[in-house]
Design a protein around this ligand. Structure first.
Ligand code: 5RP
Length: 226
């Protein structure tokens, strides 16, 4: 029986195998955040001369990329990204995701929005029939925290401040339990409209295009028809 760590390692390798043939010396790769992505970055290090640079979704990944000898560009210096590789806290079969367990959701959403293809890499514990077990991270401007929390309660959620945590953007995170998503994209739009919300961890208006899911029987691929 493979452990979750071994499955993360397996899916990181599968991501590398998927990405490498698509990289050229002038390619720029979008890189997400989290323990699964850390493993992907470590594997990518041996191939740093096969592509030009990365754009990172967090200070954590930036540090790891640089330590691996991979050049990191600011997103403002880049007009397009063919691929963005990132993990998720939950993934459904329509490739909607909940992200932000590591608190990097806003930058992840921004970098992903510039990429042509979001490649989601998860172990099978993250694959669910219906999103909602994992509390939804919502990044808020500190001044608006209580106002946003009240609004979220009126939508049926139970917000809880992530104590002692400040995002790379200087904001706070509310982790929201108890939400039901009949229509994840619609709910994402509702939250996006609450004043003081910077972004929420629902990636449904724009989800992943491809998911690599590591399980006991190997890595399977989920892909939406375009
Ligand atoms: C960080 C994220 C991560 O992708 C998510 O939390 C999964 O992390 P891990 O690979 O450590 O399980 O959204 O903000």
């Amino acid at each position: 029986m493979l452990t979750q760590d071994q499955l993360k390692q397996q899916v990181a390798q599968a991501a590398l195998d998927y990405v490498l043939p698509q990289l050229h010396p002038d390619s720029i790769l979008g890189v997400g955040t989290g323990s699964t992505v850390d493993r992907f970055i470590d594997l990518l290090a041996a191939h740093r001369s096969d592509f030009q640079a990365a754009v990172s979704s967090s200070e954590r990944s930036t540090q790891r990329l640089r330590a691996a000898g991979i050049q990191v560009l600011d997103l403002n210096e880049v007009t397009s990204l063919a691929l963005y590789v990132d993990g998720a806290d939950e993934l459904d079969h329509q490739l909607n995701m909940i992200k932000g367990g590591g608190g990097a959701l806003t930058r992840e959403k921004i970098v992903a929005s510039v990429a042509d293809r979001f490649v989601c890499i998860v172990d099978e514990s993250k694959l669910v029939e219906r999103l909602g077990r994992f509390p939804l991270p919502v990044e808020v401007i500190p001044l608006a925290r209580e106002a946003v929390a009240r609004e979220i309660r009126s939508l049926g959620g139970q917000p809880r401040l992530r104590e002692g945590f400040v995002t790379d953007n200087g904001n706070q995170i509310l982790d929201v339990a108890g939400l039901q998503y009949d229509n994840p994209a619609e709910f994402e739009a509702v939250l996006n409209n609450v004043p003081g919300v910077v972004s929420c961890g629902l990636f449904a208006i724009s989800g992943a295009q491809i998911a690599l899911v590591a399980g006991q029987a190997g890595v399977s691929r989920l892909e939406l028809q375009e």
